[in-house]
Design a protein around this ligand. Structure first.
Ligand code: MEV
Length: 323
């Protein structure tokens, strides 16, 4: 019987340290229980068949000889992961690959990193090659960088380790943070952020104005270090304050937007302790921290401002092989 392997990985939400984490500072990221799964089967020929119904990809077929060629954006993460795995472990095999997503890639919740991690973990299971989490991180991060050029790898770490993590650029530090709860409201602006463009803009700003931008990143690092402690104490009032400080820094980097600011103000106006953008900015999602009693008021305030409330369970389990 042909062995089929199915692996799933969670998405992510950046809580603190957005952008600064690209530049050797820490961030805090939590894994969200919107998962992407990848199913893999060996084939007896040299073809790869990819089906990704959530992305309208049906029977995308290539020969393994052509893995190095340019492929449409939608299939690039899976195919580059396969290419990197085959190269590293000197393997060649035809494959049937199917992906399934519990969330839309438009929210910016980390679908590319989750699909990359699931594919690589699935391949290691399929070919019986033991790789530990750090090796999985390095190969997944390389794959993401091959395609996107830029990024800290925080999303890859969330997909692999799950939970809530204190993370420094490129996986220099990946440490779990123990949290029991996190009363966070997530609001989607309806606008897709262009992460790579914003990250590249900040490289330019840093080159033009190193003192100011480095100071901004250093301040972000201080906020992250304090937030790490306060989150574990469930001190949501202080966590909210720290979110507001972090948002001020992000505004100073010009990565916020009118839509984000509207949802952030609306949340704070009904009593959220703090709110900020989450991720690259320019769109995607914002987060607000609130007392549990006030949760629904914050949700309603976001919806009144035409944001979409996204229900997520945080602190989700990392990559896993599905039975
Ligand atoms: C994007 O979701 C978060 C950034 O910090 C980029 C990254 O860390 O890769 C802006």
């Amino acid at each position: 019987m042909i062995k089929m392997i199915k692996v799933s990985a969670p998405g992510k939400l950046m809580l603190f340290g957005d952008h600064a984490v690209v530049h050797n500072r820490p961030c805090i990221v939590t894994a969200v229980d919107h998962r992407i799964s990848v199913s893999l089967n060996k084939r007896n020929d040299n073809k790869i068949f990819l089906n990704a119904p959530d992305m309208n990809i049906e029977d995308y077929k290539i020969s393994i000889r052509n893995l190095r060629k340019q492929h449409p954006k939608k299939v690039r993460f899976v195919l580059t992961a396969i290419k990197n795995f085959f190269e590293k472990y000197k393997i060649e095999s035809g494959l049937d690959v199917k992906t399934k997503s519990e969330f839309s890639s438009k929210f910016g919740l980390g679908s590319s990193s989750a699909v990359t991690v699931s594919t690589l973990k699935g391949l290691s299971e399929l070919f019986g090659i033991k790789i530990n989490n750090k090796e999985l991180f390095d190969l997944s991060y390389k794959t993401v960088l091959d395609i996107q050029d830029v990024g800290s790898g925080f999303d890859v770490a969330a997909a692999i380790y799950g939970g809530t993590l204190y993370f420094v650029t490129g996986g220099k530090i990946i440490e779990p943070i123990n949290i029991k709860e996190l009363p966070l409201v997530v609001g989607y602006t309806g606008i897709k952020a262009d992460t790579a463009t914003l990250v590249k803009m900040l490289y330019r700003k840093l080159a033009e104005n190193p003192e100011t931008i480095n100071k901004n990143f250093d301040d972000s690092a201080k906020i992250v270090d304090e937030a790490r402690i306060e989150i574990q104490k469930n001190n949501w009032k202080r966590v909210g304050k720290l979110m507001n400080f972090n948002q001020e820094l992000l505004r100073g980097l010009d990565v916020s937007s009118l839509e984000l600011e509207k949802l952030i103000s609306a949340s704070k106006n009904v009593g959220a302790y703090g709110a900020k953008l989450s991720g690259a900015g320019g769109g995607d999602c914002m987060i607000a921290i609130t007392d549990k009693e006030n949760f629904n008021n914050v949700v309603n305030a976001i919806e009144k401002e035409h944001g979409t409330f996204i229900e997520v369970k945080l602190n989700a389990e990392g990559v896993r092989v599905e039975k």
